[in-house]
Design a binder for this molecule. Structure first.
Ligand code: GLN
Ligand code: ZN
Length: 758
């Protein structure tokens, strides 16, 4: 027997209906009924699609905001400050109201989830979303399999308040449930509520439940495994068919995993190569269902179905019940490739978005059963996917000829620093911003009009120049030291470069949810990457022509471009990163030649591309650091800046140091103390650094004193000669009315700090 199961189909809808519904409701132009009616329609469309291609229809997948939040609400884990729980109103307050739950990245993906805060261990079913959704589907004729975040993943990704002493005073911290005793305590309390949830489902007629436990692929300490075992022993007593899903990597402790008392196990065979090895070497327990995650749910490539079929045939004898599935949830992909009409020649037939992945699974099953037509299509997919495509031999030769010195700047930092200080003559505590200025309505409208061909290139460029001129004049008036052009011509820091580079495509409709209703269109790196011409020169040199102060050349770094795009499955990421880096290096060179003295290469996604397991870090950071160094191989007298935000620096500071930039600016709005401590612990930090003094996520205008306090705090650990004064991040989401007074305060704060320093 072979069955097909797919999960995590994107909830956005082909025309971004989900986003429109949600935002319409938030804006007040849709009532709650209208919102829910629209959502129900979306649900039924999905169910229909699943039913068409797969043997199971999952339910409890279309969350109104986030599935972790849903689970928290289902289990009654609502912090006191949101109580009483009044349905949708409270739900959205937890998601985006005042004091909302923290938003953080879901594993190593670009999806963000809300971190549940477990204030007490008193769990009880509060708003049984899985049950409601199951009943809804049944009412419409669909027998579904509820998908639940499993209890271990739920706990491991949650936080609990922990009381500590600090200088004799009690302080409350929110701590991840990583310490075994903390995890144990919450697991014990959670189990009865989870059991009650399963029982309610069973009573309603559910027979099979899918529990998603991606946290099992993280580094799982032995103590945690005991907890997992206890949890699943408890859950199995409810007499439901439980299937465990793990993805994004392999579970390290294969034996312990497949010993859990459930009826089936799903493996990600794309990102968890170790699982494949384990299955082949160690076998699979008798009587259990084997769910093979064969089709990639994170990358948009069409599968080589012939190859997949071979693997399936090899593994199928391991179990009596085999199910073919996606390796990961499908919400990392756009809905369908069908409406794309301006992709580079030959690319479309190589792509499979979520809907096409469903079709692939169905085909795989039919091919396995020996159906002629399906076998023919599998062979066809192999032909397409193994053909040479978008290859650029010149780029490959250039890559092959790189030498060690290409990854190093000519002079060490101390000597570069001297040259740069002489050339730039900046004061102590130099002030600058991170790059973007407010992307006001007129800017966005103009860009859309230009893209739609309603406005000529000349007119558009004239408009951008006016904006740049305004930004430069304003920065001079405010008295900033290193200026920026404002990035008005950029829709998105990655998409902008993707559009200028060869070998990277951008889509028209390929939207993916990042969190809530926020969507983005990941570019698709499909071939060798090269730079047909300058990308930023025009705007930057124009900005520089307007002022005697240095204007920063602004580039997005190779690691960030790679991590925020789709990339070829069959090529080493390292190689792709170096190709992008070479393109950027050429841009750096041309900027230098045009007289630009300071260049910033943003790497906000540097940390987030890191693999899930510590043991794989060394390898990732090795090439990530080298890619940055390749891109930033500027003349010694050119000052190279980088910028990072939302990252946890503490554990990767040594890698960051290796990047060998001259100046780094980092976000610190929430955890300044922690970040500064990390530098203290690091000990030998000698690069210039701008710790964000202005929280750009808030419309509030920070005072001089607040900003000075951040710098003073940094001065306790770092020499003042190293410190810059800048906001946390780009200002594109802010309004001019906020930005202007805030920057004035910032410049004033720097002046006063200089006076104090003598
Ligand atoms: N230069 C970019 C900007 O200012 C950086 C954005 C980011 O770090 N995410 O918008
Ligand atoms: Zn940033």
């Amino acid at each position: 027997m072979i069955r097909v199961h797919a999960f995590g189909f994107p909830k956005l809808g082909e025309k971004r209906e989900f986003k429109k519904l949600l935002e319409g409701y938030w804006r007040g132009s849709l009532t709650e009924e209208e919102l829910l009616k629209g959502i129900d329609e979306l649900k039924l469309k999905r169910a229909q699609l699943y039913a068409q291609y797969a043997d199971f229809v999952p339910s409890n997948e279309l969350s109104l905001y986030d599935f972790m939040l849903d689970m928290a609400v289902t289990l009654g884990a609502v912090p006191e400050r949101f109580m009483p729980y009044e349905g949708l109103k409270t739900y959205f307050e937890m998601a985006r109201g005042k004091g909302a739950l923290e938003l953080t990245k879901w594993f190593n993906t670009n999806y963000h989830y809300l971190v549940p805060e477990l204030e007490t261990t008193a769990f009880k079913l509060l708003d049984n979303k899985p049950l409601k959704d199951y009943l809804f589907h049944r009412e419409h004729g669909y027998e579904t399999v509820p998908h639940l975040i499993g209890p271990y993943t739920f706990l491991r990704l949650s936080k609990a308040p922990v009381r500590k002493e600090e200088g004799g005073l009690p302080v409350v911290y929110l701590e991840k449930l990583e310490r075994t005793e903390l995890l144990e305590r919450f697991a014990e309390a959670l189990l009865p509520a989870y059991r009650e949830l399963l029982r309610s489902l069973k009573e309603a007629g559910v027979r099979r439940v899918h529990l998603e436990e991606p946290a099992l692929v993280l580094d799982v300490p032995a103590g945690h495994w005991e907890v997992v075992r206890t949890l699943y022993e408890g859950l199995s007593e409810e007499g439901l068919e439980l299937v465990l899903f793990t993805y994004y990597d392999a579970v390290d402790d294969y034996e312990r995993f497949v010993e859990l008392p459930v009826s089936g196990f799903h493996f990600d065979l794309v990102y968890g190569k170790e699982s494949l090895k384990n299955l082949k070497q160690k076998g699979f327990p008798k009587g259990k269902e084997l769910v093979l995650g064969l089709v990639n749910g994170r990358q948009p490539w069409r599968a080589n179905l012939k190859e997949k079929l071979k693997l399936l045939e090899e593994l199928a004898p391991l179990a009596e019940r085999v199910t073919v599935s996606t390796a990961t949830p499908l919400y990392h992909l756009p809905v369908t490739v069908e409406p794309e009409s301006s992709l580079p020649e030959g690319l479309k037939e190589r792509l499979a978005f979520a809907k096409e992945k469903l079709q692939e699974l169905a085909l795989l099953k039919r091919a396995f059963l020996g159906e002629e037509e399906a076998l023919g299509k599998a062979a066809e997919s192999e032909r397409v996917m193994t053909a040479v495509f978008a290859r650029n031999d010149a780029v490959r030769r250039r890559l092959a000829s790189l030498k060690e010195e290409d990854f190093r700047r000519e002079l060490p930092y101390e000597e570069r620093d001297k040259l740069q200080r002489e050339r730039l003559k900046l004061p102590l505590f130099p002030t600058t911003t991170i790059g973007s200025f407010p992307q006001t309505e007129d800017v966005r409208k103009m860009r859309v009009a230009y893209r739609k061909g309603k406005v000529s290139k000349e007119e558009y460029e004239r408009f951008i120049r006016e904006k740049i001129k305004y930004a430069i004049e304003l920065q001079e008036e405010i008295g900033l030291d290193v200026l920026v052009h404002g990035e008005f011509e950029r829709s998105d820091m990655v998409e902008f470069f993707a559009q200028k580079l060869e070998g990277i495509a951008t889509t028209e409709h390929g939207w993916v949810l990042s969190y809530g209703s926020r969507v983005y269109r990941p570019p698709i790196i499909y071939g060798d990457v090269s730079r047909p011409g300058p990308m930023t020169l025009n705007e930057i040199t124009y900005a520089q022509s307007l002022t005697d102060k240095p204007v920063k050349g602004m580039l997005t770094g190779p690691v960030t471009i790679l991590n925020w795009s789709y990339y070829p499955e069959d090529r080493p990421k390292e190689e792709v990163a170096y190709q992008i880096a070479l393109a950027l290096q050429d841009e750096v060179r041309e900027l230098e030649e045009a007289g630009i003295k300071v260049i910033q290469i943003d790497e906000p996604a540097f940390r987030e591309g890191a693999p899930l397991k510590r043991k794989d870090w060394e390898e990732y950071f090795r090439w990530a650091v080298r890619a940055f160094r390749l891109a930033s191989r500027a003349k010694p007298e050119t000052q190279i800046h980088t910028h990072m935000c939302y990252s946890e620096f503490n554990e990767i500071l040594n890698y960051i140091y290796e990047m060998d930039f001259d100046v780094i600016s980092i976000e610190a709005s929430r955890s300044k103390g922690e970040i500064i401590e990390a530098f203290e612990r690091f000990g030998r930090w000698d690069r210039q650094i701008g710790i964000g003094v202005y929280d750009i996520h808030s419309p509030a205008v920070p005072s001089k004193e607040e900003m000075k306090a951040v710098v003073r705090r940094a001065m306790r650990v770092l020499p003042k000669e190293l410190l810059w004064v800048n906001p946390d991040c780009g200002l594109k989401t802010r309004r001019w009315e906020e930005v202007i007074p805030a920057l004035k305060n910032m410049v004033q704060a720097a002046k006063e700090l200089r006076e104090e320093a003598g």
